[in-house]
Write a protein that binds this ligand. Structure first.
Ligand code: ZN
Length: 72
């Protein structure tokens, strides 16, 4: 089974690395991604990377870290 690596990248951004070693930048709030699939079909539906981040967050696998006022 393919394994993806998902890492919080600050703010609403998550870095998703595919089993092939390609890294995509997902903005969870805007539900955008910089992969080719999103570029072609993102207006119709989020790509699998956005879905993946959302699913993991729902299951509490990764924390949604807020950077706003982090120094306060
Ligand atoms: Zn994507």
């Amino acid at each position: 089974m393919a394994e993806y690596l998902i890492v919080p990248a600050g703010g609403d951004y998550y870095s998703v690395t595919s089993p092939e070693g390609r890294t995509y930048s997902v903005n969870l709030a805007a539900e955008t991604c910089d992969c080719a699939d999103y570029l072609y079909r993102g207006q119709e539906r989020p790509c699998k990377h956005v879905e993946m981040v959302k699913r993991l967050l729902e299951r509490g696998v990764i924390a949604h870290r807020l950077t706003k006022k982090a120094a306060a």
